[in-house]
Design a protein around this ligand. Structure first.
Ligand SMILES: [Fe+2]
Length: 289
């Protein structure tokens, strides 16, 4: 019997009573999807999964997402490894809040992460509920976002001169990052979207991948993005996830931001990840809905 236990924080729930190493029936998938839309982040502890199980689980939620800047692991076209060696000195990966690949025209609807090696300390993942952040947003800030288009780009991260570009590779990072000039491409999404499945309004993305505002001078845009970032990352909207080995976590990129935490120098950490594509409709802005 499936049990969904809310984290007690702003989002997130732990799910027990389901074995993800076998194919799931339609009723189970429906139950899990409803829980996912309600809690935004689902953690499934004590799952003994091979890569093929991870792929099958993703296909029960959507299709395989693309990985524009990671090389997949040998033997899989879709799984990437998030790794950090005990002796690694490159800066922590993904320490800034973001929604995965939000600069794509069709960003992944979710991300699935399975833990293989987890350090005894540190290495949490932070999530922030962007539906709550929007629901509780001061009217004056919201009015500055309504009808506006955020300009997303991976340039600051994955261009050759970006955070994970040539210099980072020289620093000996263990992850298989494939930086590229294509990272400079820019894609616009509304700041405020209607979640395609739940119908609830939500914020999409934040400063980082969002690097400008359409039709707004850069200095004014930066001021707005910083103010938005300060609001949407407030502690009361957060859920801090603590990992165990053999745990699968699935989150909704359309309704949460996430980031990595360090604090585990001297320990290895290995997770396998697949992004979930699926809803091919472009994000719907509120004024069009
Ligand atoms: Fe991420």
């Amino acid at each position: 019997m499936i049990d969904v236990i809310p984290s007690g924080q702003a989002c997130g729930a732990t799910v027990t009573g389901v074995d993800l190493s076998t194919a799931l029936d339609a009723a189970t998938i429906r139950t899990l999807r409803e829980a996912w839309l309600q809690h935004h982040v689902l953690a499934f502890p004590d799952q003994d999964l091979a890569d093929i199980d991870l792929e099958r689980f993703v296909l029960s939620f959507g299709v395989f997402g693309s990985e524009p800047f990671f090389r997949p692991i040998p033997g899989s076209e879709h799984i990437v490894a998030l790794t950090r060696r005990a002796d690694e000195t490159a800066p922590l990966f993904a320490e800034n809040w973001h929604s995965d690949w939000s600069f794509l025209a069709q960003p992944p609807i979710g991300t699935c992460l399975y833990s293989l090696v987890i350090p005894p300390v540190g290495g949490n993942t932070g999530f922030i509920n962007q539906q709550r952040a929007l629901a509780e947003m001061p009217t004056a800030l919201r009015e500055r976002l309504e009808g506006r288009t955020a300009l997303h780009s991976a340039g600051a991260a994955y261009a050759p001169d970006g955070m994970y570009g040539e210099k980072d590779r020289a620093a000996g990072r263990s992850m298989a990052i494939h930086f590229s000039e294509e990272a400079r491409e820019v894609c616009g999404h509304p700041f405020i979207i209607r979640h395609p499945e739940s119908g609830r309004e939500t914020l999409l993305g934040c400063l980082g991948y969002i690097m400008g505002v359409q039709g707004m001078p850069d200095d004014e845009a930066l001021e707005l993005l910083l103010e938005l970032h300060a609001w949407q990352t407030r502690e009361e909207f957060q859920y801090t996830h603590q990992w165990q080995e053999n745990m699968l976590v699935l989150w909704d990129n359309r309704s949460v931001l996430h980031r990595a935490y360090g604090g585990y120098d001297g320990y290895d950490r290995i997770l396998h990840r697949i992004t979930v594509g699926g809803d091919t409709r472009k994000f719907i802005s509120l004024d069009l809905a």
